[in-house]
Design a protein around this ligand. Structure first.
Ligand code: AMP
Length: 417
């Protein structure tokens, strides 16, 4: 299948060719024709599957065609709204609209909090067709009457399950209440917990459901490995692993913001240039760190799950889980930062005694055991065959898993030999 089979218009095909895209990803193949037929869509897909282009391309095409048929006489008004949970995702989505919409005359803007609203408001005043927003800033500017949603024809709710995780569902509902009844809605979520299913039922009108590969197969291309280590030795192991100069770029995940800062500091002290991004840093500091990483000025970026959510870095070679996440889907999201759009990548995870229970959940979700590296100076041989603890200190009673997480594979694993 090529993009030519998707009845796309010339200006879009040209932009895709500029981007070096030769064929659509599975979600694009399924979603683009449905959206072009003006149908609502329920997409079960996560970042890394090409889902941004799956909604951006047909929205651009439909809006361009409408504009060609009846050129507007007055100021542009917002006709497409894309709501996404994080600033990083919002910025990347707008960059996608910019790239795929290079040859069509549509204006887009991204708005998010943590920065002055001045520039955002002056661009809004000049007229915008497509608005990409995070919920907080959007509500804020709506309340100040800088934004009206009354002309919205296309509404995309991106990463709905993350909106729930991050406590944005009430904000999202407030925004939805201001949207016109008649519109085309595209709803994306990697998982479908009950609250999200309910939201989808309210929002969508006879949707077409599009589901791409469950998380386990998305990660099949990624070479995964596991290092058992004592909590106290993790820092030394990290320095040991990252001293390997064949690692071109590494995104290191930590559970806490404080941990991210501390690790970046320690790495720098050991002569390994690293920067940290997390929610406590200013938007400018985060963008600067991300830019340095993308342009390979820094080799190592240390991030928390939320800050790194959806970060789109071409050619990221290594993902390192300094801490194992307590939500198994987060493991899949994390390692999906590498191995993007079919490329291979490497994911290395550290596991201390208390994290063995998380490891079990992760392995159940991905449907396989992660190969263990024994040959390293901080190995803990005892951990190779000790059962995981009944409950890790400070862990939530259900180990943070959502209901049903990991159950879909229904397999149990023999204890690691
Ligand atoms: P997303 O899932 O939207 O975050 O996209 C993941 C990555 O895949 C991004 O770096 C896109 O630029 C890239 N991508 C999306 N669609 C294609 C395609 N058809 N061919 C090659 N790369 C793509």
């Amino acid at each position: 299948m090529s993009f030519n089979n998707l009845t796309l218009i010339e200006p879009i095909l040209k932009a895709l060719s500029n981007e070096g895209y030769t064929k659509p990803t599975p979600i694009q193949e399924q979603a683009i024709p449905v959206i072009l037929q003006h149908r609502d869509l329920l997409g079960c897909a996560q970042t890394g599957t090409g889902k941004t282009a799956a909604f951006a391309i047909p929205i651009l095409q439909l809006m361009h065609e409408t504009r060609q048929a009846a050129p507007p006489t007055d100021r542009r008004n917002i006709k497409a709204l894309i709501l996404t949970p994080t600033r990083e995702l919002a910025i990347q989505i707008e960059e996608s609209f910019k790239a795929y919409g290079k040859y069509v005359d549509l204006k887009h803007l991204v708005i998010y909090g943590g920065v002055s609203q001045y520039n955002q408001v002056s661009t809004l005043r000049r007229g915008v067709d497509i608005l990409v927003a995070t919920p907080g800033r959007l509500l804020d500017l709506m309340n100040q009457r800088h934004i009206s949603l009354q002309d919205i024809k296309y509404f995309v709710l991106d990463e709905a399950d993350r909106m729930l995780d991050m406590g944005f569902v009430q904000d999202v509902k407030r925004i939805i209440a201001k949207l016109p009844v008649k519109k085309q809605t595209l709803f994306f979520s990697a998982t479908m917990p009950p609250e999200i299913k309910q939201l989808a039922n309210i929002l969508l009108n006879d949707p077409v459901k599009v589901e791409v590969t469950p998380p386990s197969s998305t990660v099949d291309l990624i070479q995964q490995s596991l290092y058992y280590v004592d909590k106290m030795s993790k820092r030394s192991l990290l320095i040991h692993v990252l001293s390997d100069t064949t690692i071109e770029t590494a995104l290191v995940f930590t559970r806490t913001k404080h941990g991210a800062d501390k690790i970046a500091k320690d790495l720098n002290r050991s002569g390994l240039r690293a920067e940290a991004i997390h929610g406590n840093k200013s938007q400018n500091a985060r963008q600067a760190a991300l830019h340095n990483f993308k342009t390979r000025k820094t080799r190592i970026l240390v991030a928390t799950d939320i800050a790194a959510r959806g970060i789109d870095i071409d050619d990221l070679t290594h993902v390192l889980n300094y801490d194992l996440p307590n939500i198994p889907e987060s493991y899949v999201h994390r390692i999906g930062r590498t191995g993007r759009a079919g490329a291979s990548g490497v994911a290395i995870s550290f596991c201390d005694y208390e994290e063995k229970m998380y490891l079990k959940d992760i392995e159940r979700l991905i449907g396989k055991m992660i190969p263990v590296i024994k040959d390293h100076p901080y190995d803990v041989p005892l951990m190779h065959n000790t059962p995981q603890p009944a409950k890790a200190a400070g862990a939530p009673a259900n180990s943070g898993r959502r209901p049903g997480a990991g159950k879909r594979y229904g397999r149990s694993f023999a204890q690691r030999a």
